[in-house]
Each structure stands twice: as structure tokens, then as C-alpha cells.
Design a protein around this ligand. Structure first.
Ligand code: GDP
Length: 379
């Protein structure tokens, strides 16, 4: 005990110059270690490990707890989890594809979560089983996504026919998008016939979402004066429907005006491959005005593309796209995450900066090293 207090005295003198004699009257003691937040004596019950068949059967039976665990596996970065996840997906494959996949985008504050709550309740009240997923490119930085968060969709959150899952948070956009796409498949196998994929309309993520949905809905706001300002051409071209939210109260007229401006602007765009010119509508997610009209517009689209065959054609294109995306992502991560390559790239960057090697020679050196020393020995 005494030893301990001696030790403490020494410690405080060393670490706290305030304890020097010149600061008489001031005393700093060693802090007290805080008890752990979690009772260490409480043994956590470990979940039993499920087999691939347990997962598949649970998913097929619509067990949301097992579905959630399977999605966690899909999102896991651990290779052993990935192996199981891929087997589960493979076995679920025959039961996938039979849903309406709808992408929903809009800048922060456009009213995505309020609208998803309203649209979601609408489809559930018409007998749908709905899964709400998300792709949030910023979630890697913020370590956790807010998109697709249950707390933002109060009404849906308590519905037994709604499954809400936030964006996977780790990895590159390509990786995050692949996980969301795999989650779509698991949800379809679990019987969800309507899938919403939410994303923030600010960057690259729209392209990723566009490549996994049948219909892409762009939520816009009125009242900024120049309505079309700031909307990237690419996003306008991807949209199958544009809806102006918050068309309520004083804002109604401005929303109508914005809608007219969008309709005019759309005339300048070529007809999309679906053969369906995007429609523009006004609605209010919060006051639930025109929700049924927006949904009728989306239903009309699905009916038309089913009839024309474009629905199937687009799905097939997307399948091809995802095969190539998966290969690209695998190759990229295999290459760039290799520690030897990382080191070599650092050296080569220095050489390029100091004009000791051209970028082409440096690139071919690194690639040669990769093929001769990393790829070959694995073969
Ligand atoms: P998100 O960031 O796109 O998900 O937007 P939110 O759904 O969180 O909505 C942002 C803000 O706009 C919130 O304060 C909502 O209450 C409000 N809001 C959303 N929809 C409407 C609407 O239809 N009318 C009005 N007046 N406000 C709305």
C-alpha cells in the first residue's frame, strides 16, 4: 500500500509540474481509473453459429433476425464471413429478382426520409413487403451512416412488413454498393417485393444505385430561384421520375413553378432507353399530399417496361455490369491492398517525383512485380 502511494507521489511529481514547490497550495493527484461501462462479470451469451442452410431456411421463412445476421455477414470484411455469405447468396439466387427495385435520391434536407416513410406506408398499405436499404458514400468518413436509419422513418420502423437497414459503412463505394446489391438479393429471397435504395444526391453513389434499381426517383425542392442550378446533367439523365417535395402551404406555387421548369428542361434531353419520358410531379411527404399520384406514376412505368421488355433487358445489363464490377473490385483490392505493392508504389512515387523514372516505366515495373512475384506463386 505504502509502496503504492510512494509510486503515486513520484508519478504525480513527474507528470504534473504544478506540484512543484513554487506552486504551493496547488496539488494534482493521479486520477482515479473509471470502472468499465460494461459489467465484466456478465458473461455475454454467444450466438450459436448458423450453418449456410440455417441462414437460407431462415431467410426463406421470412425470419428478420436471421436475415439481419445474413446481411451482417455480407457486410463483414472477414474472409471467413465472406465465404459463408457468398454461399448463402448463391443458394438464395433462385428466389431473387421478383421485386420492384426503386432508387431514391436527393440532396440532404430534400425530404428523403420523410418521403420514404410516406411512400413506404403507402405501398405497405397496398399489401407490399418493403425493404429500405441505403448507400451512403460519406459513411466511411463519418464511421456510420444515417441513411436508412430507422429513427428517421418513424412510421415504417414499427411495421412488421418493413425491413430497414442503414448503409454498409466500410470500404470503397464499389464495395459498399456491392454489399447493398447482395442485400437486395437476400431481401428478395426473404419475400420483400418492394426495395427502396436511398442515397444522397451529391456524388458518385447515384451511378451505383442506378445500376441496381429498376426505377430511379429524384427528389427535388422548390424555392431556390434557379431550380436547375446545381443538378448534374448525369443525374437528370438517370432519373425516371422527378418529384418536387414540400408542395404544401405557401410553398405550393413555387413547387408548381419548379415542376414546370423541370418539364421544360427535360425536353432538351434525349428520350431514355426505357422509352418512357421522365414525368415531373409535386407532392408533400410530410403532409402526405399526392403520395398516391406519385406512386401511380411509378406503377405506370413498371407496367410499361414489363410490357415492352425493357425491364428484363435492363436487369440483364445490370447483371453483366455487376459481374465486371465485382471482378474490377477484386482485382483492385488484391493489387492495392498487397503490402509489397504498397511499399513498391511508395518508392516509385518518390522516383517519379524526383524525375528518376517515367510514370510508364514505373507502372510497368510495379505490374511486372505483381504478376511475377504475387500472382504467379499463387497459381
Ligand atoms: P433528408 O435529409 O433528405 O432525409 O430530409 P428529411 O426527410 O430529414 O427532411 C428534412 C426536413 O424537411 C425535415 O425538417 C422535414 O420535416 C422537412 N420536410 C420533409 N418533407 C417535407 C414536406 O413535404 N413538407 C414540409 N413542409 N417539410 C418537409
Amino acid at each position: 500500500m505504502d509502496n503504492n502511494s510512494l509510486h503515486n507521489d513520484e508519478f504525480t511529481r513527474m507528470h504534473h509540474p504544478e506540484n512543484d514547490e513554487q506552486y504551493a497550495g496547488l496539488q494534482v493527484n493521479q486520477g482515479v481509473e473509471q470502472p468499465p461501462m460494461v459489467n465484466p462479470y456478465l458473461r455475454r451469451r454467444k450466438r450459436p453459429t448458423l450453418s449456410v442452410n440455417d441462414y437460407v431456411e431462415g431467410i426463406r421463412a421470412g425470419n428478420t433476425s436471421i436475415l439481419g445476421q445474413a446481411v451482417t455477414l455480407v457486410e463483414s470484411l472477414k474472409p471467413e464471413h465472406q465465404v459463408v455469405a457468398q454461399e448463402v447468396i448463391e443458394k438464395c439466387l433462385p428466389f431473387t429478382g421478383n421485386s420492384k427495385r426503386i432508387g431514391i435520391t436527393g440532396v440532404p434536407g430534400a425530404g428523403k426520409s420523410t418521403s420514404i416513410d410516406a411512400f413506404g406506408m403507402h405501398v405497405i398499405n397496398h399489401g407490399a413487403k418493403l425493404a429500405v436499404l441505403a448507400i451512403d458514400p460519406s459513411s466511411e468518413r463519418s464511421k456510420g451512416s444515417i441513411l436508412g436509419d430507422k429513427t428517421r422513418m418513424e412510421k415504417l420502423a414499427v411495421q412488421k412488413n418493413a425491413f430497414i437497414r442503414p448503409s454498409p459503412s466500410a470500404g470503397s463505394l464499389g464495395g459498399v454498393a456491392r454489399k447493398t446489391r447482395e442485400t437486395i438479393m437476400l431481401c428478395e429471397a426473404a419475400g420483400y417485393d418492394t426495395i427502396f435504395v436511398e442515397t444522397v444526391g451529391v456524388g458518385q453513389s447515384e451511378t451505383a444505385v442506378h445500376s441496381m434499381v429498376d426505377y430511379f426517383l429524384l427528389i427535388q425542392l422548390a424555392g431556390t430561384g434557379d431550380e436547375l442550378q446545381g443538378i448534374k446533367r448525369g443525374i437528370m439523365e438517370m432519373a425516371d421520375g422527378i418529384v418536387i417535395n414540400k408542395a404544401d402551404g405557401d410553398n405550393k406555387e413555387r413547387a408548381e413553378l419548379a415542376a414546370a421548369q423541370f418539364r421544360n428542361a427535360l425536353h432538351l434531353y434525349p428520350m431514355p432507353p426505357s422509352g418512357m419520358a421522365p414525368e415531373v410531379m409535386t407532392y408533400s411527404g410530410y403532409y402526405e399530399i399526392n403520395i398516391d399520384k406519385v406512386w401511380a406514376m411509378i406503377d405506370k412505368y413498371f407496367e410499361a417496361v414489363h410490357k415492352s421488355g425493357y425491364f428484363e433487358e435492363k436487369r440483364r445489363e445490370q447483371e453483366k455490369y455487376w459481374m465486371f464490377e465485382t471482378i474490377n473490385e477484386h482485382l483492385r483490392s488484391n493489387f492495392y491492398n498487397n503490402p509489397e505493392i504498397e511499399r513498391l508504389l511508395e518508392i516509385k512515387q518518390e522516383m517519379i517525383l524526383h524525375n528518376k523514372q517515367s510514370s510508364f516505366v514505373a507502372a510497368s515495373d510495379v505490374l511486372n512485380y505483381y504478376y511475377n512475384n504475387i500472382v504467379k506463386p499463387q497459381q
